[in-house]
Ligand binder design. Structure first.
Ligand code: NAP
Length: 487
């Protein structure tokens, strides 16, 4: 059940919010504490769907500061106006809960508990308390500061399930996003979503349209396979837009979420057991290796894993960046016997250098920090060259971050430096960089980092779904996302 919180604050705002969210909502929640005092009763007639009446007091993290009796009278009026549920805080006390239980026109009773930021729940204790209040639904919410804390919500729901108690458990904040998406996987009764204007009643609420269209949250089941991307920050990550539609296309009961992880060890202990696979990004590509049962030999040599899948209960890690880049290059030119000059000595450079060498290329490396290119070249059996001494190469690869948005006017090398027949830029945002534009004027073949991104995603998707994905769809989605309009 997707519950959309209506926050107003005015009657026309609520009208707009109802109209925008109606296609994606099962139930509306009127957050009466956030709606202007004079509109609190008139808004109740705007809901075309069953609704929950909530008036959260300031002492529970809401905005209502008036006398408690005024709040209860308001909520009673909402019940008379036909509220399907009324949300009462556990800490309002037994007498208040009994008062609403005793109403002539008795709505379902949601007994809720909201922890202040910085406090984590003890799921068993809190569940025991809320369950003992004999509500129709128990609800708890807390602020998560790291993705592993979502497990507290899942544990709460597991306890409720044993008692067949309807329950909602929400980890608020961006780090708690998985708890909002995966509620049905863990037998949750519902999830709270924001309206289409993005006005949310609580931090980290996802738009109802995203829950429905991107994650298909309403169609998930306890047997849904969960995948995701593990990293921090994840603001630039496009994975949810790519993998979720691919799951849909492949008719897989799977979902892909964002896991913003600071403490990888705790995440691997608490959340990874619930996952069937995940992408790994900055800053965890190296550290994740210590938690895996098996690692592909090339990924081990590169020293970085960007894809993890569960195979017969064990975790297997591999690196799809490296073949992704080389497949993009080799779609135009075989690298065996060719000289490949790589700019950069960071993670991408390492992956590309190892794979190019494995496929028989002569690899030259140059980097701003010379000690790093020397070290990489030594490990690889390649040649480290000073920038000024870089001779002619068949293929030029930019594996630095120079030229990336918002510095799209920059290039890692002057135009006069470009003499290779083929130029590949690992940077994918923008899809055609300054370096590639310069290379085009020198009649070189150019390959966008988007191709590497697509290729690594194709391999990842194959590992996640067991079949070849729709590559044209992937490319379309990525282009649309990178150019800033939604697909
Ligand atoms: P990284 O590990 O942080 O390495 C960054 C590299 O860029 C280092 O070699 C660094 O040199 C160099 N660099 C940074 N600023 C520079 C400057 N102003 N002048 C010269 N060199 C500079 O990052 P990464 O993970 O390798 O990523 C590098 C690029 O590849 C990023 O743009 C990333 O988006 C892209 N990438 C693309 C894909 C894809 O699928 N297309 C996949 C992975 C990465 P120092 O060593 O001197 O600091």
């Amino acid at each position: 059940m997707i519950i959309v919180s209506l926050t107003g604050p005015t009657l026309p705002d609520v009208r707009r919010q109802v109209k925008g969210a109606k296609p994606f909502a099962d139930v509306f929640e009127f957050r009466l504490d956030l709606i202007s005092a004079e509109d609190r009763i008139p808004v109740l007639s705007l809901s075309p769907l069953p609704f929950i009446a909530t008036c959260r007091p300031a002492w529970e993290g809401g905005a209502f500061t008036g006398p408690e009796e005024e709040r209860f009278v308001l909520l009673e009026s909402a019940c008379e106006e036909g509220a399907a549920y009324v949300d009462i805080e556990y800490r309002a006390g037994r007498r208040v809960l009994d008062r609403f239980r005793g109403l002539l026109r008795r709505p379902g009773l949601i007994v809720s508990y909201h922890l202040p930021s910085g406090k984590l729940p003890d799921p068993a204790r809190l569940y025991g308390k809320l369950h003992s209040a004999h509500g129709d639904v128990v609800k708890m919410a807390f602020v998560a500061h790291d993705s592993y804390q979502n497990v507290l919500a899942f544990e709460f729901l597991a306890l409720a399930r044993q008692d067949r108690q309807k329950a909602v458990a929400i980890a608020m904040g961006e780090e708690g996003e998985p708890s909002r998406i995966l509620y049905k996987k863990f037998w949750g009764w519902g999830t709270y979503a924001s309206t289409e204007d993005g006005r949310s009643a609580a931090p980290g609420q996802v738009r109802a349209s995203e829950l429905k269209k991107i994650y298909r949250a309403d169609l998930l089941t306890p047997s849904t396979k969960v995948f995701g991307v593990v990293g921090n920050p994840l603001g630039q990550s496009k994975g949810i837009y790519v993998h979720n539609p691919l799951f849909r296309k492949a008719r897989k009961n799977s979902v892909y979420c964002r896991f913003i992880v600071s403490d990888l060890g705790r995440f691997m202990h608490a959340i990874a057991p619930h996952l069937d696979g995940f992408s790994v990004t900055i800053p965890h590509k190296q550290q994740v290796m210590r938690y895996l049962d098996r690692i592909d030999p090339t990924a081990r040599k590169i020293g970085a894993v960007n894809t993890v899948v569960r195979r017969q209960g064990t975790l297997y890690g591999t690196n799809t960046d490296a073949p992704g880049a080389l497949d993009a290059i080799e779609a135009h030119m075989r690298v065996r016997g060719k000289t490949v000059l790589i700019l950069g000595a960071g993670g991408a450079a390492r992956a590309i250098a190892f794979e190019a060498k494995r496929r028989g290329a002569k690899v030259h490396i140059t980097n701003r920090t010379v000690t790093k290119s020397r070290k990489l070249a030594r490990e690889l059996g390649a040649v480290a060259v000073a920038f000024g001494d870089a001779g002619d190469a068949d293929i030029l690869v930019n594996a630095t971050s120079v030229g990336m948005t918002p510095h799209a006017s920059e290039s890692p090398v002057p135009r006069s430096f470009i003499r290779a027949r083929l130029v590949f830029d690992a940077v994918y945002n923008p899809p055609v960089t300054r370096l590639l534009r310069d290379a085009r004027t020198k009649k070189a073949r150019i390959i966008s980092g988007l191709e590497m991104y697509v290729n690594q995603g194709v391999r990842q998707s194959r590992l996640f779904t067991g079949r070849k994905p729709d590559i044209a769809l992937m490319r379309r989605i990525l282009r649309a996302r990178l150019l800033g309009h939604r697909q």
